[in-house]
Design a protein around this ligand. Sequence first.
Ligand SMILES: NC(=O)c1ccc[n+]([C@@H]2O[C@H](COP(=O)([O-])OP(=O)(O)OC[C@H]3O[C@@H](n4cnc5c(N)ncnc54)[C@H](O)[C@@H]3O)[C@@H](O)[C@H]2O)c1
Length: 348
Amino acid sequence: MLKVGIVGVGFMGMVHYLSYQKIRGVKVVALCDMDARRLKGDWTMIQGNFGPRGTKMDLKGIATYQDPAELIGDDNVDMVDICLPPSAHAPIAIKALNAGKNVFCEKPMALTVRETNRMTAAAKAAKRTLMIGHVLPMFPEYEFAARTIASGKYGKLLGGNFKRVINDPAWLKHFYDPKIVGGPMLDLHIHDAHFIRYVFGQPTSVSTTGRMRGEVAEYFNTQFSFKNPNVSVTATSGVVDQEARSFLHGYEIHLEHATILFEFAVIDGEGKVLMPCTVFPKKGKSKPAKLKGSGDPMEAFLAELKEVARGAKSGKPAEFLCADLAQDAIRICDRQTASLKSGKKTKV
Ligand SMILES: NC(=O)c1ccc[n+]([C@@H]2O[C@H](COP(=O)([O-])OP(=O)(O)OC[C@H]3O[C@@H](n4cnc5c(N)ncnc54)[C@H](O)[C@@H]3O)[C@@H](O)[C@H]2O)c1
């Protein structure tokens, strides 16, 4: 039995908690939040952009703590699952690893490359498993793309374009604070930076243009360069004022013998598949992608957390959860911001 302690009972903490209930061999034994109401089971204030609304929960038998250090000190906890704001990821993960716990931490891994170095060093020194919650490869269209690329069915990977654009999330108090959340680069684009790293490998340099908002990148376009100069990858990410289109993501992926397209947006509050995931072979008609799952984000999180449980038990997590990859993604984002600020192509 893997005994999990969740730190941070907000939107993600609730999604993780509900998902763990469906996984055999996993038990949530402890919860931590600075808000005492949540520890008493009142989750009615929790509401994210998918999944169920929070309700009154029966938390009988679960240890509750207001201070993360107390949960980390609980001998009954095998794995600490961190669902705190990004600024708390590094300090709490390091504390948990030093205490001999395995750690699963939500994305982004941390706010700076230096923090990610300290986290991986702590995992190595403690001989514990550190996993980062990059769930995008568990979303059906991205899972399909990664699986199709890896199969080699359509030949070598030539490049692509990735998009992730949102309306200004004005209700998120610290969204643009580089010391708490990190803005659109670390909260939003990190998903694509990680996916690009996952399927293309680490870029050698990035060239980013766009707009800053204070200390963080607001809207930006990046050209990623790789060792192979024939591989061409670009990404568009960030925030634009477009209330009626609150979210957009998608991709165009070029392989030697096919192109894969996908685009989804939330328009007037309703999710719309603008371009169903489709393969366009070099010759002949288009083919609808054979996707796994319904597309409900809760399913993607369940699939992710099953892999987390497997990774914690075996000490060998799936590649998309590995801290090394998440660390590379933070480095890519850091270099993108540096390139945007300097107006120069920047080594990764
Ligand atoms: N993978 C995804 O698609 C996805 C989606 C949403 C959020 N996230 C990530 O999950 C993390 C959490 O985001 P969220 O939306 O759940 O945030 P949230 O604000 O809803 O929840 C954070 C919770 O942590 C608690 N908290 C904050 N500091 C604390 C402390 N020092 N001690 C104890 N409790 C503390 C707060 O009271 C709150 O309940 C972020 O890193 C975010 O980027 C990932």
